[in-house]
Design a protein around this ligand. Structure first.
Ligand SMILES: [Zn+2]
Length: 454
């Protein structure tokens, strides 16, 4: 069996690992490269192996850096199945068509403003392609072994990252390979802790926080303080948030604060159709998270969903104190920009950042202390109070990862560190060597590791 590291090698996006048995090829994750332009251009390069030669695709979870290349692979003649857990499939139904839509928008924008090198700019795939890709999905429940190709057994076990996210275990005769996927945290307020790893010969482990420890800050306390102070000033609180996962955690924390009378009875709006759909999935997949049916219901009772553009516009004009959760999380687009235009120029309002703000995004610029920010072609003064909420990540930090790995009954023959920036990977390599005395390697992009059969 060969392992081809086709993405998420020395970077955090573009997860793609190809297992080649000599007879069959299985692709674990099929993600988009995201972030810097240099990385995004990789999405346009020819796929390193002929897509029609791949026999099966298995997804660890629905985030686009793990699933977002699926429609492109299908456009390039991949005709096999996409195996995922039912919750991952449900989230892909939301994310993949939306991803196609955004790419069409971007290409349209590039053509209107003539900044693309390709004339005319073409989307990697369209909304229709995103929808069509869903037809090739097949749901496999957690902890159920399936055989995508003859002689290879695969099982997904929950790893606490987001709804439906799992670690992939591959077995071929007596050879065992485990791919961690993105690993969640032991004490997340909403997600269950990652399930214990089973013994394995080879391990691919993520390292997003390979050099960082989460702070001890209590997210609930930060929310409480920011909301109370905005309320005293008769202001509004805007929470830009990723639609899947983060928005639901914030809703849950708000419902806890309301119940304990820690914050005033302000109206809460979820102004993002994607986030609304994702929230409904928490109801459907209640066995995959910590919230009881009662707690889910309390969230639904607490929040007003604004689906239509008109409702969203009305909300922008209302002067009443309120809490608005809206996407996108890094202020790169979406409805949240309209709310910011209204609320950023007033110091009585607060903006709470609840996720990582990548370099170059409006979110990062605002947090770095700029005096005004360009939104829809006009400069908007930044006067509102800015609050940065930490310790709400969906990724385990290096000590949490180390604890999780340390429960393995015996060390893998070899561990590959993937899905991390170079300095995080190297720090994590040293940490695992020191703490667990493991044989650890950091693969580069397109490296092939050949496993000799016993
Ligand atoms: Zn993820």
């Amino acid at each position: 069996m060969d392992i081809h590291f086709l993405g998420a090698a020395e970077t955090v996006t573009g997860s793609r690992f190809l297992l080649d048995t000599g007879k069959y090829r299985i692709l674990v994750d099929c993600g988009l490269f995201q972030g810097l332009k240099k990385l995004r251009l990789r999405n346009r390069e020819p796929f390193p192996v002929e897509p029609s030669s791949i026999d099966a695709v298995v997804l660890t979870h629905a985030h686009l850096d793990h699933s977002g290349f699926v429609p492109a692979l299908i456009k390039q003649r991949y005709t096999g199945k996409i195996y995922s857990t039912p919750a991952t499939f449900d989230i892909c139904k939301i994310l993949l068509p939306d991803s196609g839509y955004l790419q069409e928008e971007e290409a349209g924008h590039a053509n209107r403003h003539k900044y693309s090198r390709h004339k005319p700019a073409k989307p990697l795939y369209t909304e229709k392609d995103g929808r069509r890709a869903l037809k090739q999905f097949e749901s496999i429940p957690f902890n159920e072994e399936f055989m995508p190709v003859e002689g290879v057994k695969i099982k997904l076990s929950p790893n606490g990252h987001i709804l439906g996210a799992g670690t992939v275990q591959v077995k071929q005769k007596d050879l065992r390979i485990t791919i961690s996927g993105d690993v969640g945290r032991p004490n997340d307020p909403v997600m269950l802790p990652p399930s214990d790893l089973e013994e394995t010969d080879y391990l691919l482990v993520e390292s997003t926080y390979g050099d960082r420890k989460h702070t001890t800050q209590q997210p609930q306390e930060v929310l409480k303080e920011a909301i109370n102070s905005a309320f005293e000033n008769k202001g509004t609180v805007i929470i830009p948030s990723f639609a899947v996962g983060r928005a639901q955690t914030i809703l849950y924390l708000l419902s806890v604060l309301f119940k304990a009378n820690e914050i005033p009875e302000l109206p809460v709006y979820l102004d993002s159709p994607m986030a609304i759909n994702a929230t409904e999935l928490f109801y459907r997949h209640h066995e995959l998270h910590r919230l009881s049916e009662q707690e889910c219901r309390e969230i639904f009772d607490m929040v007003t969903f604004t689906r239509s553009i008109n409702e969203s516009k009305e909300l922008q004009l209302s002067r009443q104190s309120k809490i608005i959760i809206s996407a996108s999380g890094m202020l790169t687009g979406g409805r949240v920009l309209h709310h910011l235009k209204q609320h950023l120029p007033n110091e009585n309002n607060a903006i709470i950042f609840v996720g990582f703000q990548a370099a170059g995004t409006r979110g990062a610029k605002i947090l770095s202390g700029c005096e005004s920010i360009k939104i829809h072609g006009e400069y908007v003064p930044v006067k509102a109070r800015l609050v940065n909420m930490e310790n709400i990540s969906a990724h385990a930090d290096y000590t949490e990862l180390g604890d999780w790995l340390s429960h393995l009954p015996s060390p893998p023959k070899k561990t590959f560190i993937v899905h991390g920036e170079p300095q995080a990977q190297d720090a994590f390599r040293l940490y695992l060597k020191d703490r667990l005395k493991w044989d650890v390697e950091i693969p580069s992009l397109n490296d092939i590791y050949k496993i000799k059969h016993k």
